[in-house]
Design a protein around this ligand. Sequence first.
Ligand SMILES: C[S@@+](CC[C@H](N)C(=O)[O-])C[C@H]1O[C@@H](n2cnc3c(N)ncnc32)[C@H](O)[C@@H]1O
Length: 248
Amino acid sequence: MKTENTDFIIGRHPAVMALKADQEINKVFVQAGLKADAIAEIIKLAKQKRLVISTVPKTKLDQLTDHQNHQGVALAVAAYHYADVDDLFANAARKNEDPFFLILDELEDPHNLGSIIRTADAAGVHGIIIPRRRAVGLTSVVAKTSTGALEHVPVARVTNLVQTVKELKNRGVWLFGTDMKGRDYRTWDAHGAVALVIGNEGKGISSLLKKNCDEMLTIPMVGHVQSLNASVAAGLLIYQGFNSRHPL
Ligand SMILES: C[S@@+](CC[C@H](N)C(=O)[O-])C[C@H]1O[C@@H](n2cnc3c(N)ncnc32)[C@H](O)[C@@H]1O
């Protein structure tokens, strides 16, 4: 895994989650003058992990976090190497194959992301696109859950997913969204340049992104629960893509 620069986990809740999880953290930045009880849990967890805590002026935190809503807290973590969308096309071209991409719309759970990357590698997906904001990025938990697959599947992080989807369509990629109201996924023929969209664990795919999909696919369900886990659904859908591209 190539690492470069520093990335930041921003805000109190994400900081607590990261401090409680198995995430490698280099340094904790807290804003000078904050009420002690507002960040007491963060300070306690950071001390338990023997992390360096740096108290800095608000202007410094604003600058480190690119003026995002940091609530007085940011954790410095090693940044993983992200690809760009052109790298994903190049990966397909190198294999002389039509592109097969995944788009993950604001996935939050690092274990879901890691296991999707693992399946994507197994099924020959050429790359994954994730949004920069409101989504889990590449972390040590993701890398571990992917069991090494992260080394082989390029992940591009983009600022505006809808804009990227429009660009993909201009480049001839056919967009397949997934929800409970689409065509039976078992009829999906994934020949040609395709991208499969998987939605957030709670909200599913945003309505704007859905509008930009060429077609929606559904995994039929005959039990009692409303939907499948995102990584389980992704596994079935990715393998329908694989099966139709590599018939027996
Ligand atoms: C836990 S589900 C989200 C459920 C959300 N409440 C909804 O209605 O879309 C997370 C993602 O997994 C995929 N998914 C889960 N079950 C599915 C199914 N039966 N058919 C197609 N996709 C499914 C979709 O991409 C969905 O956005």
